[in-house]
Design a protein around this ligand. Sequence first.
Ligand code: ATP
Length: 484
Amino acid sequence: MIKEKEITLKEIVSHSKEYGFIFPSSEIYDGLQAVYDYGPYGIALKRNLQKLWWDSMIKINQNIVGLDSAILMNPKIWKASGHIDSFHDFMVDNKDSKKRYRVDTLIEAFAEKIIGEGNKDKGHKIIDSMNKLLEQNDLDGLKDLLNKENITCEISKTSNWTNVRAFNLMFETKLGSTEETSESIYLRPETAQGIFVNFLNVQKSAKMQIPFGIAQIGKAFRNEIVARQFIFRMREFEQMEMQFFITPGTEKDWFEHWKDTRIKWHKAIGIQEDRLAIHQHEQLAHYADNAVDIEYKFPFGFRELEGIHSRTDFDLKSHEELSKKKQKFFDTKLNKSYIPYVIETSIGCDRLFLTILSESLTKQNIDDKERTLLKITPELSPIKAAILPLIKKDGLPEMAQKIYDDFKFDFETVLDTNQSIGKRYTKQDLIGTPFCITIDHQSLEDDTITIRYRDSMEQKRIKIDETKGIINENILMKNILMKL
Ligand code: ATP
């Protein structure tokens, strides 16, 4: 009898560290808050996620092309985009516990508790008041709301709050060698602006006609006030963003199109439907006329995994105004020039990584014995096959080496000769390898091997010649792309 138990975030964190997926950054110096490094299996999984996303955008859509813009950009870009003036969170400290909070999350958690206790009207009223105050940048009003509702700190249990302060989330640095000549620049807080400022370069050079998209994968940096929950909220992270340029007036249809396409994508990579949710934004960012989040049920609850935003012509128009460079597109079908509207899909690669780990880390109890495995979709697994000679003599390692040398050109393969076969299976289960290939004395006689399937632990004896084909059938990203 197999029983599976719910996985906690703590278990994901320790599994990630122990089995080479994610390490805290600068660990020997006690780390750096909310910054992480990817280990050998982590980077392999991350690259697979990126490749799948990239191919889903670029390889299978004739009208989407790629870009890799620089992290450092002219600071005027952040003026035009609104990041210098309004990319901030509001923070507040509890004077007794010294704990710092983002004021919106503090108030939201309080309101949700009230709603959970059955007082829906009051809870929603608090959220509405908060949204109005946030919109008006009314810091005193936010503090009054904390006091009026007697919202307390979870540690000190007091409502002894400091004033609410605005905190810009961009990391600032200096460009130039001397104090006098150096200029303030920023590490990009999103990859999207690199796409907007290259809109015409890409359109003209790749001869794109509207509607078309530009996709980019790259690092983004945010000096988050409260960065917790492992790689869910990091200060240095990676985004996978696609801006889709469209004719004004078609934004509603394209918004629905991309929302549906992205949900389909999440299901195609194996995320269970009941762990996905759509959250419609009531309060919209300054650039958007519609927005939804695709949420995933992380071990700490439903949270944003990906954002789909209808960005209007806000960004291109602002860049046109500030740069004084025309950002219009001449539409030959409509015989007119206009600044396109934009639908954006934006997903954090690291949040997707955490989603995959949350979805696949499995602890089973089989007849009172614990078994831990990563049930990662084979197309995404860091290692696809492990070649395991039963013993280290009698020509078995040599035969294993021959198979390894053949397989390695097709997919990620490891050859492992250490420890007992049971321990080697366990090791591969822990890093999510879908297929183990065991070579024994019979293999030498009749050219057969035993293939072991990770999830079912089923073992079958098959011909060596057929093995590569069986593995290839199961690991090709094409399997996922064809579902889209
Ligand atoms: P949140 O509300 O969680 O702060 P956001 O709405 O600010 O997120 P966006 O600006 O829409 O996020 O960024 C797009 C995507 O980038 C998010 O859906 C998320 O997957 C990812 N992302 C944003 N901030 C972080 C972060 N600090 N660490 C990891 N991923 C992030």
